[in-house]
Design a protein. Structure first.
Ligand SMILES: NC(=O)c1ccc[n+]([C@@H]2O[C@H](COP(=O)([O-])OP(=O)(O)OC[C@H]3O[C@@H](n4cnc5c(N)ncnc54)[C@H](OP(=O)(O)O)[C@@H]3O)[C@@H](O)[C@H]2O)c1
Length: 337
């Protein structure tokens, strides 16, 4: 076998720990698929003493993730910290600047700085891959960038936030009000202590911005998404929808009209029961793509969770190992004037 692909991983939370576990438990299988061993060399997080449920003694520990990004013996930096600014942005920028491939799950970073980082990756001739940034384990980025590359896409519509879907399906199932459903989602680990990003629709707006840039080849920002969330919805709204034969879901949508204009939105919608988005229960995600050659394509699956997201992270690492993904700019967009 050829030389190992040497990995550094920053962020050992839900996704980072699941990624390390999979790299450990399926090393032989992954090496076979990569055509070379995947060797995790270095890791970094804030707290060196925290038990993360995986053995880390075999790896070099960096208290400063920027030092990891600069380590000369790494080929790939995997960024799993999160956030559009601060350490995550600095780590990704430093790694690309130093000619390393980057794999990230960070939708906030990509939606806000994807164009700049994509241009940097292209300039450095290294891959910047982010399958895990949208819809967790659902392979929507590869589907748009690779599988549908011959198509013109006119619309992407989806449920991209598992937290909101869990809350809305609980409100209907348990006939309860929003605060109760939010608490239950938090207890089940589907909602964060501060749920603002999810319930006010910022998270699906970032995800749809990324998908729309890839699908339409146009520079967009999350601020262009007409956004409303679900915190104002009441038990009465859900009941009324049911009486009308409808189901409420938080739907993200990007449409390119015939004249080229693009409309981006995130809003609760009353859906007919046969709509594939209406049928999603709990923290599931789904994306429906309308494309000229294939017609309608629907992808459904686990939009979050450590294991599902690690699946997407490692698929990107395998792409780097096989040099399957072009080193070009992942966002070859036209800037609109
Ligand atoms: N969780 C999901 O289901 C999911 C799904 C899709 C995408 N994502 C994305 O995946 C990324 C990671 O999410 P997560 O849920 O795994 O987050 P998380 O559980 O909160 O873990 C974040 C990790 O980053 C580390 N970290 C935070 N700030 C740091 C800093 N300044 N320097 C070094 N390390 C730092 C933390 O260290 P300590 O542990 O020491 O505090 C922790 O290990 C995010 O971009 C998120 O949007 C998550």
């Amino acid at each position: 076998m050829t030389q190992a692909l040497r990995l550094g991983l920053v962020g050992l939370g839900a996704v980072g720990a699941a990624t390390v576990r999979r790299l450990q438990e399926q090393a032989d299988l992954l090496a076979d698929r990569a055509g070379r061993p995947l060797q995790l060399v270095a890791v970094s997080a804030r707290d060196a003493g925290k038990n993360r449920g995986v053995a880390l003694d075999a790896y070099r520990w960096y208290a400063d993730p920027l030092e990891l990004a600069a380590a000369p013996d790494l080929d790939v930096v995997i960024e799993l910290i999160g956030g559009a600014e601060g350490t995550a942005r600095a780590v990704v920028t430093a790694a690309l600047t130093q000619g390393k491939a980057v794999v990230t799950a960070n939708k906030a970073l990509l939606a806000t700085h994807g164009l700049t980082l994509g241009a940097l990756a292209a300039q450095q001739q290294v891959p910047l891959l982010f399958e895990a940034a949208v819809a967790g384990g659902v392979p929507i980025i590869k589907t748009i960038r690779e599988a549908l590359a011959a198509n013109r896409i006119s619309q992407i519509r989806g449920v991209l936030n598992g937290t909101c879907n869990d809350i809305l399906s609980r409100m209907a199932r348990e006939d309860c009000d929003f605060p109760h459903a939010l608490q239950a989602a938090q207890a089940a680990g589907y909602a964060e202590a501060d749920p603002t990003q999810d319930i006010d629709g910022y998270d699906p707006a970032q995800k749809m911005t990324i998908l729309a840039m890839l699908a339409f080849g146009v520079a967009l920002t999350p601020e262009q998404v007409k956004r409303s969330g679900i915190r104002h919805l009441t038990r009465h709204d859900v009941l009324q929808a049911r009486r009308d034969g409808k189901i409420i879901r938080l739907v993200a949508c990007a449409t390119q009209h015939a004249d080229g204009t693009i409309h981006l939105s995130v809003a609760p919608e009353m859906l007919l029961p046969h709509d594939p988005l209406a049928q999603l229960q709990g923290p599931m995600n789904a994306v429906i793509i309308q494309a000229d050659l294939v017609g309608q394509l629907i992808l459904t699956g686990a939009g979050a969770g450590g294991d599902a997201t690690a699946s997407a992270v490692i698929a990107d690492v395998l792409d780097v190992a096989r040099q399957g993904s072009a080193c070009g700019n992942p966002f070859p967009v036209k800037l609109r004037t």
